[in-house]
Design a binder for this molecule. Structure first.
Ligand code: ZN
Length: 415
């Protein structure tokens, strides 16, 4: 499990999946990896500085080929001769990262890129939370028969194989996170395989007090292990804030915070995987509301949405739907899901956030805010959901039925 939410997306659209494993490098591997991280960082920063200098001097944009030629030349100078100590592929891949960052930036600038805006490429730092180098097939990395990962100019690094690799990986990224842990992230081509067709379809909405609310009335909260990890993180952060600046204890506390952070990210990712797999397995089609998180950035809802990693979860649903032959729909924000009665379709205007339940003025149905929204998401996607629990009877409404939520822990309830 990769520990960083910024790299949460585990796929790209060519159906390449990432398989992540813990590495257990020996001291000499750590030393060699540290060198590789450092070299990749210098190559990246040198190239970025060269492009910025050219830009400031009013010269034309340095092409990818020009940067590559500069790197080759630099390796022959005494100041950069140490770049020869690491795999050449690692350095080329650092340049490739920069080129991708520039392309995303330009595409964002021209408005040709979907998704979050990509900013101008920034210099990397030794102090970044994540150091990484990538080895492609050209680098001749190899998984050995004894289970170790052979990395050129690093050595044979022990791997904790939590599950088998499904096929030959095309590349591996080696990562050190802020908690000092090492990971290997393999890219593997996935062959889509359709699951047997199934009947149910489901609308999914973000609940205010639950991670998701389903159109069939189920409300799913984060599991115990995630909430416990979050609680521990909060405590560690409080402890850190009480430590004196510059003290040795503060350093120790900071490392503890980093480890707690990593644990929360891992737990959250596990939860997202379990839930998205269950939803895709059990439904022929899923529809979710596409929360334009940027638009919500200034509201008080924003923090919880960012924290909960909604977009990462939606991404998992999307790629698993493609992988297993299910339908996936994203519903735009313009559909006012909380303003329409999911039973009769009458739009009766916005309601303040504290209104959790109301009676439709037109048809008299009692509606639960979250479930009603989830049903509307499904309807907007053209899915005919059976909203058996969407409507609640007034007696139940007073008892706040369903507010207890469904825990993922009891897997049978989820699916
Ligand atoms: Zn109604």
């Amino acid at each position: 499990m990769l520990p960083h939410t910024a790299n949460e997306f585990e796929y790209d659209f060519s159906m390449q999946l990432r398989y992540n494993y813990r590495l257990e490098p020996w001291p000499r591997h750590r030393l060699a990896l540290g060198k590789a991280f450092g070299c990749a960082l210098v190559v990246f920063n040198d190239a970025l500085a060269a492009r910025e200098a050219a830009h400031q001097a009013g010269e034309p944009y340095l092409t990818d080929a020009q940067l590559s030629a500069r790197l080759t030349a630099a390796k022959k100078t005494p100041e950069r001769a140490w770049l020869n100590d690491v795999s050449a592929v690692v350095l080329q891949e650092a340049l490739a990262d920069l080129n991708t960052a520039y392309r995303n930036f330009f595409a964002s600038f021209n408005g040709t890129r979907a998704g979050p805006t990509a900013g101008k490429p920034r210099f990397r730092s030794r102090k970044d939370h994540r150091q990484a180098v990538r080895f492609t097939a050209n680098a001749r990395f190899r998984v050995l028969a004894n289970g170790k990962l052979r990395l050129p100019k690093i050595g044979d690094v022990p791997v904790r194989w939590s599950r088998p690799l499904p096929s030959e990986p095309s590349s591996v990224t080696v990562i050190e996170d802020s908690a000092g842990r090492y990971f290997a992230s393999f890219v593997v081509k996935a062959d889509p395989c359709a699951l047997p067709e199934t009947g149910p379809v489901v609308g999914i909405d973000l609940g205010l007090h639950h991670f998701v609310v389903l159109s069939d009335g189920r409300k799913i909260t984060a599991p115990q292990f995630l909430r416990r990890a979050e609680k521990l993180l909060k405590r560690r952060q409080r402890e850190l804030s009480r430590k004196q600046k510059g003290s040795r204890n503060r350093d120790k506390a900071r490392r503890k915070v980093a480890r707690a952070h990593a644990r929360v990210a891992d737990a959250r990712r596990d939860f997202h995987h379990q839930l998205s797999t269950a939803l895709i397995r059990d439904n022929q089609a899923v529809a979710i509301e596409d929360l334009a998180v940027k638009g919500l950035a200034r509201t008080r809802l924003a923090k919880s949405i960012h924290d909960a990693g909604w977009s990462a979860f939606a991404g998992m649903l999307e790629y698993k739907a493609r992988l297993y032959g299910r339908k996936f729909h994203r519903i735009g924000r313009f559909v006012p899901t909380s303003q329409i009665c999911s039973v009769c379709g009458v739009k009766d205007g916005p309601k303040p956030l504290h209104v959790r339940i109301w009676q439709c003025g037109a048809c008299g149905t009692w509606l639960d805010r979250d479930v009603n929204a989830a049903v509307n998401v499904a309807t907007a996607a053209g899915l005919a959901v059976t909203a058996c629990r969407a409507q609640i009877r007034p007696g139940h409404a007073l008892a706040q039925r369903g507010e207890a939520g469904t825990h993922l822990k009891s897997r049978r309830e989820v699916g």
